[in-house]
Design a protein around this ligand. Structure first.
Ligand code: AMP
Ligand code: MG
Length: 401
């Protein structure tokens, strides 16, 4: 029996080759992983500029008290540049974002002044007020986004502000998915007595896509040695990662281990966790192989724990594990020491603090427990039963980021 942490380390240690990066248009780069540090080619903003609509003045003209009359010598919309130099006793009307004219270092918001013909009456103000400094967002040469970062909308905006229309990103890992089992039927087709509809391939597809992977759907394979062998060989040729569900327990029809032993290499693990104990990890040719358990909750959970960090690493991501939080248990929870247990939970803010309860029955076939929940409750190996009010670790189910 191995621990969750040892299993994760073992898997990650085997991933050392990534696909080469590719250029994509910025408009198609949402969710992709940056392949090289992005550096600023110039200061952002490129010049000192006004933070408000108002009047730019030289600080020598700011009165200590009362009002000072200044002559308005021009109008500067955003994008216009004043080529002259503002002289003593002069002000210039300026719009948000317009570069500061030479001779000016302070801007009055227009609501703080009184305009009278060609003159403007200005009160006391702090020197330098309402000016955005050159480079205050980003200085030239600085790394603004590190390699390995997932591009969210705000990263796309920042890259665009640096003038980029293309970006170098990691190729998406190609992930072949297949379900095993004579009893597993394709949704949308008739279901014979004794059959169940395939749930896992659809959960797993969503998970792979959320992780930035490209899904190659290889369908359902019956519990026949030759069929499984042929399909897995094909999967190993076309994919970087091959994921199956089912067929890894100890039943007579659980063929994954035997087939993998012939065509690749497989380590069959009993992981000290609940649910999701049996797991097959190995390779087919160049592809990484994950044989996940058949029970829907167990396959989802083992994906999150073992496949997700592997896909993240293959995708060139810097961060491989999600953030965890702590919350107070709102109810007692049964827990056996010596293994890591994962319950599906509902995390909510209650009376000013985070509180978590389970979603109810926690059987590893009860997929609706994942639907009802918004987080995993992670109960560490050494922990025993949890009493209400104790702090527990929670890992929110997160979206694509
Ligand atoms: P197995 O490990 O193949 O014995 O599967 C364990 C349990 O998970 C059995 O009850 C299977 O019917 C069920 N199962 C296997 N594959 C799937 C699937 N793709 N979708 C839903 N349930 C499945
Ligand atoms: Mg099966």
């Amino acid at each position: 029996m191995i621990s969750v942490r040892d299993g994760q380390n073992h898997i990650l240690a085997r991933i050392d080759r990534l696909r080469p990066p590719e250029h994509v248009p910025l408009v198609a780069a949402l969710g992709r992983v940056l392949a090289e540090d992005a550096r600023a080619p110039f200061d952002v903003p490129p010049t000192d500029n006004s933070a408000v609509d108002g009047y730019a003045v030289g600080s020598a003209d700011i009165p200590e008290s009362g009002r000072q009359a200044l002559t308005v010598v021009g109008d500067l919309p955003a994008g216009a540049v004043f080529t002259g130099v503002l002289a003593a006793g002069q002000a210039i009307r300026i719009m948000t974002g317009a570069p500061m004219p030479a001779g000016a270092d302070t801007v009055y918001p227009q609501e703080d002044v009184e305009r009278a013909g060609e003159q403007v009456l200005v009160p006391p103000i702090a020197k330098g007020a309402n000016v955005r400094r050159r480079g205050e967002d980003v200085t030239a040469g600085a790394v603004v986004i590190a390699a390995g970062t997932v591009l969210r909308p705000q990263e796309l905006g920042l890259l665009a502000s640096l003038g980029q229309s293309q970006v170098l990103v990691r190729q998406r890992p190609r992930v072949a998915l297949l379900s095993t089992g004579d009893e597993v039927a394709e949704p949308g087709t008739p279901r014979r007595p004794g059959q169940i509809y395939d749930a896992n391939r659809f959960t797993l597809r969503g998970l792979v896509e959320q992780c930035g992977g490209l899904v190659l759907d290889l369908g359902i394979v019956p519990d026949r040695h030759e069929a499984l062998r042929a399909r897995l060989l094909e999967a190993g040729r076309v994919a970087d990662v091959v994921i199956t569900s089912g067929g890894v327990s100890v039943g007579v029809y659980d063929l994954v281990k035997a087939v993998l032993g012939e065509i690749g290499g497989v380590d069959f693990w009993q992981v000290a966790m609940q649910p999701g104990r049996p797991l097959a990890v190995g390779r087919i040719g160049q592809a990484h192989f994950f044989g996940l358990p058949g029970n829907p909750v167990a396959s989802t959970l083992t994906f999150l724990l073992f496949v997700r960090p592997a896909l993240y690493k293959l995708a060139g991501r810097q961060r491989l594990f999600p953030d965890c939080w702590q919350a107070r248990a709102a109810e007692p929870m049964r827990k056996k020491t010596g293994r890591r247990e994962f319950k599906r939970g509902v995390l909510r803010l209650a009376d000013g603090g985070w509180e978590v309860r389970t979603t109810g029955p926690q059987g590893s076939g009860i997929l609706s427990s994942m639907v009802a929940g918004n987080c995993l409750i992670v109960l560490e190996e050494e922990r025993g039963d949890v009493r209400p009010g104790e702090l527990v670790t929670v890992e929110p189910f997160t979206g694509p980021a």
